[in-house]
Design a protein around this ligand. Sequence first.
Ligand code: HEC
Length: 159
Amino acid sequence: MQRLITGAIAALIVALGLSTHAVADAQPEDAIKFRHAVMQTMAGNINAFMLIAFDKVDGGDYLQTHADALATSSAELDILFPAGSGDGETHALPSIWEDTDQFAEAIAQIQETALDLKAAVAGGDRKAIKGAFASLGKACKGCHENFRAEDDDSDSHSH
Ligand code: HEC
């Protein structure tokens, strides 16, 4: 076990060493996988946030953690849509790279609402938290409506 872990860490260190050079010409399929991973992270944080905020679980102090994570992922959206990552296993619409002003606006929207949510949780006022959360949800949905293709299969992506 110990050896396995040490090996994995060594591999990770090698990989990290390489990554500083490889990023600029990431393969489109890796850019798409990365985008999906961050989107899934956001969905996970939203789900965890809701379970705590609506008193379904005792989340201790972790409401703030999930709000902070949503703000971090929202900031990360800036790098999730590199040119050339619109083809392949993706629901990203070409309009992302055409209506660039409108897309930038959609990103700004989620970044602002996520920061508002983070501040609201820090403030501790339940009404403010729920209002900020609703705005954040609208920002997710707004971007999906304009820039994400409808699902062809029935899955459970959050909207
Ligand atoms: C600025 C636009 C934008 C915002 C804001 C946004 N998304 Fe997305 N999201 C997309 C696009 C475009 C896709 C399709 C990506 C692809 O298939 O490559 C997507 C895909 C997803 C997916 C599916 C990922 C997968 O594995 O196929 C989930 C889940 C998701 N978003 C959740 C969220 C949540 C939750 C929020 C809000 C906290 C959010 N998104 C905010 C644009 C956005």
